[in-house]
Design a protein around this ligand. Structure first.
Ligand SMILES: NC(=O)c1ccc[n+]([C@@H]2O[C@H](COP(=O)([O-])OP(=O)(O)OC[C@H]3O[C@@H](n4cnc5c(N)ncnc54)[C@H](O)[C@@H]3O)[C@@H](O)[C@H]2O)c1
Length: 246
């Protein structure tokens, strides 16, 4: 069975559908109840099995609740796809408000920490488990005008490696995907936000491959990392960026 956070949209939805198609029972987590339920409907219409749990991943009580709901439903946790995250507005560093910085760190970094912490407690007792975190190319280098987002994703890389070291001989593997540009609601919102703010970054991400990724192309990597096919990988940051970081 697999828990997927941010399951209502984009990479999380595509991965939920693919993991369920491979036979995993899924616990779909999102703070958007409507879109999370829609993903569950797709899973079920494909013959899969799962439940939806509403949660804000930055809130400890919500995270503990989705972990407990997963155990109540399925009695174990094989896979956590720790994926929910948010974008920040493109802005100069000096203009980032403290509130916005805190929210991005709370969701993108603390949310990943909380998911790992409470799921690792379960996986440690089980003696097995597999965690895939969603980082970003901004986990390994900066993106212009995205200071908070870059800092949060560097943090995700750190948490991934720190946990991978601790659990390397305990049957638990922890890896991260590092997407570049993916065609999801997150990236679709950017042009309008730039128009509204009137701010134009000096550099934009370079999609060298000439297009955004489809969420399904990331979901394939998630399925691979969550499976025995990647049995020798732990602490890896897996780039899938169409050449963006070359
Ligand atoms: N789209 C890209 O180009 C891209 C690139 C690199 C990394 N990422 C990362 O991929 C992950 C998924 O993003 P996506 O592109 O699929 O975006 P998306 O906006 O399509 O999906 C994100 C989902 O997460 C949910 N979510 C957001 N904040 C939440 C919270 N606090 N609690 C619970 N659910 C929450 C949203 O409701 C949404 O369903 C994020 O971590 C994002 O940073 C995306």
């Amino acid at each position: 069975m697999a828990i997927i956070t941010g399951a209502g949209s984009g990479i999380g939805r595509a991965s939920s559908i693919k993991l369920a198609a491979r036979g995993a029972k899924v616990v779909l987590v999102d703070y958007n109840e409507k879109s999370g339920q829609e993903t569950l409907d797709v899973v079920k219409s494909n013959g899969g099995d799962g439940i939806f749990v509403q949660a804000d991943v930055s809130k400890s009580a919500d995270v503990q609740n989705y972990v407990q709901k997963a155990l109540d439903a399925y009695g174990k946790i094989d896979i956590l796809f720790n994926n929910a995250g948010m974008m920040q507005r493109f802005q100069r560093f000096q203009d980032v408000s403290e509130e916005e910085f805190s929210r991005v760190i709370d969701v993108n970094l603390k949310g990943i920490f909380l998911g790992m912490k409470y799921v690792l407690q379960v996986m440690d007792k089980q003696g097995y488990g597999n965690i895939v975190n969603t980082a970003s190319t901004t986990a390994i280098r900066a993106e212009h005008s995205l200071a908070s987002y870059t800092a949060s994703k560097h943090g995700v890389a750190g948490l991934t490696k720190a946990a991978a070291i601790e659990y390397v001989r305990k049957g638990i593997r922890i890896n991260a995907i590092c997407p570049g540009g993916v065609a999801t609601n997150m990236t679709a919102a950017v042009p309008q936000e730039l128009r509204e703010s009137g701010y134009v970054p000096e550099e934009f991400p370079n999609m060298r491959i000439g297009r955004f990724a489809e969420p399904e192309e990331l979901a394939e990597i998630v399925v691979f990392l969550a499976s025995e096919a990647s049995s020798y990988m732990t602490g890896s940051l897996v780039l899938a960026d169409g050449g963006m970081t070359l």
